[in-house]
Design a protein around this ligand. Sequence first.
Ligand code: HEC
Ligand code: HEC
Length: 102
Amino acid sequence: MKFISATVFLGMCFLFISCGGARVDEGENFGNILESDSGLTLTESEHAVGWGKAECTICHNLENIHLVDRSGGLVDVNAIRERTLTEGEASCVDCHGTNGIP
Ligand code: HEC
Ligand code: HEC
């Protein structure tokens, strides 16, 4: 019994650390999206699931994106995150294009 509970306990610690780390420290990660052909602008082929949908925050938590600069210093992710938290979904179009919404 002792052995089993210790194993479960350690397993739970590990789960907590790995999930917590990914969520809190790095957020969503699609690599350096500035390097794709279209740059920041969304295209149907790279954004199949979300294409044409205006309610970005159904799928993207504003607290969980723009956390890590993967551009190599070209952008200020903190300023971007602050702006999205202030202006909400109205701001996305300025940098990511229309997402197929007329
Ligand atoms: C129904 C869910 C959904 C909605 C709504 C959605 N997205 Fe996404 N988005 C995704 C998924 C899933 C990915 C991961 C790439 C993929 O598999 O399509 C993604 C990826 C992205 C990326 C990274 C793209 C890249 O180049 O890899 C950006 C930027 C993005 N979304 C912005 C937006 C914006 C802005 C909106 C609102 C106008 C939005 N998303 C609405 C699901 C969604
Ligand atoms: C001022 C420009 C700007 C605005 C406004 C903006 N983004 Fe971004 N977004 C970026 C940049 C630049 C990146 C790439 C950051 C990097 O990897 O260095 C990015 C990355 C992303 C990603 C990929 C995951 C990540 O965290 O890197 C998603 C998803 C995303 N943005 C969604 C949105 C949504 C949804 C909105 C509106 C609420 C929005 N963005 C508003 C510039 C912007």
